[in-house]
Design a protein around this ligand. Structure first.
Ligand code: NAD
Length: 345
């Protein structure tokens, strides 16, 4: 994993987290601070083994670097991953205070935010030990959903449709981001269907008039846009032939299992709005609110920067079509070239 060539080889720093008292085990992965301090959430979930937890940290931190570069932010990418089946009810205080102290020791090179398993109650504990955290009034999920909606506007344009009842969007995952996205699409009159294995999420979605179907069907449902908002590693090349969508645009990080999946989607004529671009809403809000004091002024700036994801998505999709390349490849190349140009001064 940590060879000179393999995954992780181009990382700036990996910091092991280990606290014998509370059983904390994890890693802070700082991929790049070439454009500014590295931003990234704290993910806490069980993993099959340490190897897969590390691989997740590395892939997510790298994606954060690209998100920041593509969104025009003076910030880099990082991620904290905690691997364990810790009894969080017993150990929440100890676990997150240990993480807070570790972040403080980095002196501002890494700024943390929410992610799966880490919400405001956990970040409040971290905030007692360090100020290098997303400010508490931020709403990461709402900002992420707004970014996906901006990317989706570019996708609608490419498909030649206007939002309305004739357009059908299928959302995988009706959690914080999926539900917020669904509500904004419903407000525009779009027909929304969704799926989620969690019965509370299903009940909430139904209260908003969302048609809910079996999670096993959602990826293969006929629709204009399929929006993965549940977890990463969704699309494999072998499943693309069964997909009945015209486009994919969602918040889940690292949706494509590998490059073959991207190629298969392209061959099938499915437009893929890269997640590394359209899921940048939360980090846009995080970076801008951490660096500015005037909350009202910053709120307008955040809105403008998130809305701007529409035109960047538009450009990336146009370039991908022009060069017959998967949009994800184009987006990452664009991110790399922004970083290179900044480094060269
Ligand atoms: P969440 O935990 O609130 O919601 C995820 C939902 O997906 C849950 O309701 C879960 O039950 C459901 N789910 C899990 N497996 C599923 C499956 N197989 N089919 C259908 N539903 C399934 O998380 P969130 O904050 O809404 O984030 C959604 C995705 O977006 C995650 O992959 C996250 O990493 C990514 N993301 C989130 C943010 C953010 O700010 N919240 C930012 C960038 C990326």
């Amino acid at each position: 994993m940590f060879g000179r060539q393999g995954p992780g080889a181009d990382f700036e720093e990996l910091i092991a987290l280990h606290d014998r008292e509370c059983g904390l085990r994890g890693v802070i992965a700082i991929h790049s601070s070439a454009l500014g301090p590295a931003f990234g959430g704290i993910r806490r979930r069980p993993y099959a083994d340490e190897e897969s937890a590390l691989a997740d940290a590395l892939a997510l931190a790298e994606a954060m670097t690209f998100k920041c570069a593509l969104a025009g932010l003076s910030a880099g990418g990082a991620k904290t991953v905690i691997w364990s089946d810790l009894d969080i009810a017993l150990d929440r205080e100890a676990i997150y205070s240990a993480i807070g102290r570790a972040i403080e020791r980095l002196g501002g090179r890494y700024i943390a935010g929410p992610d799966l398993g880490t919400g405001d109650p956990e970040l409040d504990i971290v905030r007692e030990y360090t100020s290098f955290v997303n400010p508490s009034p931020n709403d990461a999920a709402a900002s992420t959903a707004a970014g996906v909606a901006a990317g989706m506007r570019a996708v609608f344009k490419r498909l030649g449709v206007r939002p309305g009842p004739q357009v059908r969007v299928a959302i995988q995952g009706l959690g914080a981001v999926g539900l917020s996205l669904a509500k904004s699409l419903l407000e525009q009159g779009v027909a929304v269907i969704g799926a989620d294995p969690d019965s509370a999420a299903v009940d909430r979605a139904r209260e908003h008039g969302i048609e809910v179907i079996d999670p096993a069907r959602i990826l293969f449902e006929p629709c204009d846009v399929l929006s993965p908002c549940a977890h990463g590693g969704v699309f494999e090349a072998s499943m693309v032939a069964r997909m009945r969508c015209r486009a994919v645009c969602g918040s889940a990080n690292n949706q494509l299992v590998d490059k073959e999946a991207a190629q298969a989607m392209m061959r099938a004529g499915i437009v893929h709005a890269p997640d590394v671009l359209v899921s940048a809403g939360a980090v846009i809000e995080g970076v801008l609110t951490v660096s500015k004091q005037d909350r009202q002024g910053v709120a307008d700036e955040v809105r403008r920067a998130i809305d701007n994801l529409e035109s960047v998505t538009d450009e990336v999709l146009a370039e991908a079509e022009k060069w017959s390349l998967p949009p994800d490849t184009v987006a990452r190349r664009r991110g790399r070239s922004i970083i290179r140009r900044t480094k060269e001064g």
